[in-house]
Design a binder for this molecule. Structure first.
Ligand code: MN
Length: 465
């Protein structure tokens, strides 16, 4: 069953012992970031900061910070998450239903009444961040040519009471909309929803192809069509039960320095001139809850919500036989390193699978791809390293591919390429599967029947583990 809104999800998390309420007063800048850093390092619970100094609005974060809670957001079990994701995203998207009114518009502020610095507790998360950053905004726009809707997540820096900075890579869908509007000399209208049913946020994060309406996909992901309402000042619709909605436009021709910001790579990145959104209206529910996310060096919630949809998308786009498990690793920022186990169909198959994976949209950030046999668990680094140590010959099993589109936030790329967005990366395939499998040496282990007997009688040995 789908959650109606963020509040229902919070209740569910609390019932399952997955939410901690922070009742003491906290500072929105730096203190919330420091608490989140610690909680992320310990794979801790979702957090609801009830008293943020100077604000009446509470702040929820780390709600999707573990695979378990990510699965809970979709009403799936952790073990069946990939299967459920693949099944649901294969269904036809269901267009949202237009409702006459929605809770997200219980309070309306227009023009000079808008003050993003005062209305919501938007934190400065990491020490050198250039300002407060909105970290879980669902940015909704329409293609100026086709009218097709897009919903996606970007970091938004609060520049002043009604101006936000936005970072969009050249291949991002909202940026494609912005460029189309801009060539006609027009601003791009955008509606920004904050604090929705988590399935809507996950649909916005999913690596869906250009031209797919993520709000429609949200309906199939959550198993129930979502309701939308018309914005007050724009010809766009937003999820009816969102906690907060910002209405505005990406200004044509205006750029302002945005950043630095501690992002999912674990680095601050460059402060650069980037597009600006002017906010014309803000609407929110009665007693709204602000929804944010701490971002930084892994492990954080960001790598979970960024990495899991990509990992599952790779499984979806590479239907070659024998692919067993895919791990887009946490330490690889949920983006850059990937380990895949395969049932090797024939010699040379490891590199063939690797090429198929690297050619998929979801894997476009993957730089290091390790292929292992299916007796190796890609999620156990000791096992992966053992395969690298004993089954791989560098001169034979490593391939480097040069000048493929890379991530503009990858600190290892030249500054100029990150600045201009012309980022190109190289990629390495490491085939750590057994070479000539049939003749490969056998892994050693004690006798199977005796091992089973030992297991049955384990207590009597008194080893105590
Ligand atoms: Mn899209």
């Amino acid at each position: 069953m789908a959650f109606a809104d963020l509040r229902e999800f919070l209740r569910c998390l609390e019932e399952q012992g997955e939410l901690a309420r922070v009742c003491v007063e906290v500072e929105k800048d730096h203190e919330i970031g420091a608490i989140c850093r610690k909680v992320n390092d310990r794979a801790g619970p979702g957090l609801l900061f009830e008293r943020v100094k100077g604000y009446s609005v509470p702040l929820a974060c780390n709600l999707l910070g573990t695979k378990k809670r990510f699965a809970m957001a979709l009403g799936a079990s952790e073990g069946a998450l990939t299967e459920e994701w693949l099944r649901r995203t294969a269904l036809a998207p269901v267009s949202p239903v237009l409702a006459p009114r929605g809770a997200c518009q219980e309070n309306v502020f227009v023009g000079n009444a808008v003050n993003l610095l005062k209305m919501f507790p938007v934190p400065i998360w990491n020490e050198l961040d250039g300002g407060p950053f909105i970290t879980l905004p669902i940015v909704i726009s329409r293609d100026p040519e086709t009218g097709v809707r897009n919903a996606a997540m970007y970091r938004l820096q609060v520049h002043e009471r009604n101006k936000l900075g936005i970072l969009m890579a050249p291949y991002r869908h909202t940026e494609i909309h912005r460029r189309k509007a801009s060539t006609e000399g027009k601003s791009l209208p955008v509606a920004i929803a904050i604090g929705t049913d988590p399935a809507v946020a996950l649909a916005a994060l999913a690596p869906l192809p250009f031209g797919v309406d993520e709000l429609a996909m949200a309906g199939t992901l959550r198993g129930e069509t979502i309701e939308v309402v018309k914005c007050k000042t724009l010809d766009l619709e937003v999820p009816a039960t969102a906690e907060i909605v910002l209405e505005g436009e990406i200004l044509v021709g205006e750029r302002r320095e945005e950043g630095p910001y501690g992002d999912f790579t674990g680095y601050y990145g460059a402060k650069l001139r980037r597009p600006v959104i002017e906010i014309k209206a803000v609407t929110h529910r009665n007693n709204p809850i602000y929804h944010g996310l701490y971002n930084g060096r892994p492990p954080t919630e960001e790598q979970i919500i960024r990495g899991l949809p990509i990992q599952m998308d790779i499984a979806k786009r590479c239907p070659l036989p024998g692919i067993k498990k895919i791990n887009l690793t946490m330490g690889g920022c949920g983006a850059f390193n990937c380990v895949v186990s395969i049932d090797k169909q024939f010699e040379g198959y490891g590199k063939m699978v690797a090429m198929a994976i690297l050619g998929s949209w979801g894997a476009r950030f993957v730089k290091t791809l390790i292929i292992v046999d299916d007796d190796i668990d890609p999620f156990d680094w000791n096992q992966v390293e053992w395969a690298l140590a004993t089954r791989m010959q560098p001169h034979r099993d490593i391939e480097i591919i040069r000048d493929i589109v890379g991530c503009i936030l990858d600190p290892s790329l030249p500054y100029e390429e990150r600045r201009t967005g012309r980022s190109r990366t190289s990629k390495v395939i490491i085939d750590a599967t057994r070479y000539d499998t049939a003749e490969f040496e056998l892994p050693c282990q004690p006798r199977q029947d005796v091992t089973e007997k030992v297991n049955r009688n384990w207590a009597k040995y008194g080893v105590g583990i």
